[in-house]
Write a protein that binds this ligand. Structure first.
Ligand SMILES: [Zn+2]
Ligand SMILES: [Zn+2]
Length: 240
């Protein structure tokens, strides 16, 4: 069966030559980014804010909380991300979102899983959940990349995924041009817990593809906690 699968993969490669998602070069047969572009990927390295995980340059050897978290404590317990949203990572995540390049999702899941092992390996988690899309957008896109990533990690770790427990009741559009404070106001009231009984008392891992200021995941965590979630830790592939 494996040989048949390999034969099939080789045949597919002959029909549709695999190209690096970033530079168009030739990647290793099992990947969709070439080695040069993989080498360009910037991993999120310490030091970073103990709460939101935002990296800071320089050397800090005490526990550090960033100015943003000090001014407005996020509703999530902690957030960690695998890689910076730059170069090949940004290109790949945008290709997934806007061109339905779903074949790039396993590459993203590998980073997410490594980040889980690095930062949250001993953290007790009862269930995974994800940042939902508005139902209209979910239908247009045909998939939710955050749900796919949550499913992949949950399968590996043996957690249930709380599908449909968290709902987006309003679409806020792109937040890229908004400041951190504007984003917080923009996402207020956007999410709702549809099934509070599935959330109550649960230690949750909230998954998304990208985190920038953390306004979206913080708002999700806020409603999850009002519905009784015991804790909400955030894990994202990329950090803006
Ligand atoms: Zn490349
Ligand atoms: Zn912070």
């Amino acid at each position: 069966m494996n040989r048949l699968a390999n034969l099939y993969a080789t045949a597919l490669d002959l029909l549709y030559p695999r190209a690096c998602a970033h530079c168009g070069g030739v990647p290793d047969t099992t990947r969709f980014l070439c080695w040069d572009c993989l080498a360009e990927v910037e991993y999120v390295q310490p030091p970073f804010c103990a709460q939101c995980g935002d990296p800071v340059p320089g050397h800090i050897d005490h526990e550090y909380i960033c100015g943003f978290c000090t001014r407005q404590t996020p509703a999530f317990d902690q957030a960690r991300s695998a890689v910076r949203y730059r170069g090949p990572v940004g290109v790949s995540l945008r290709a997934i979102k806007y061109e339905a390049a779903t074949w790039l999702l396993p590459e993203m899941a590998t980073w997410l899983s490594a980040c889980m092992r690095t930062h949250y390996d001993t953290l007790p988690i009862d269930a995974a959940c994800y940042v939902p899309l508005h139902p209209v957008k979910r239908r247009e896109r045909g998939f939710n990349q955050a749900a796919w990533l949550a499913q992949a990690l949950a399968r590996e770790r043996g957690w249930p995924v709380l599908r449909g427990a968290l709902k987006r009741i309003r679409d806020v559009g792109s937040q890229t041009r908004l400041t951190a404070t504007e984003r917080l106001a923009n996402v207020a009231g956007v999410f709702q817990v549809a099934q509070p009984r599935r959330v109550a008392g649960q230690r949750l891992l909230l998954i998304d593809d990208v985190m920038t200021t953390g306004a979206t995941v913080s708002e999700c965590a806020r409603v999850l906690k009002s519905a009784g979630a015991a804790s909400v830790h955030v894990l994202t592939v990329a950090r803006g």
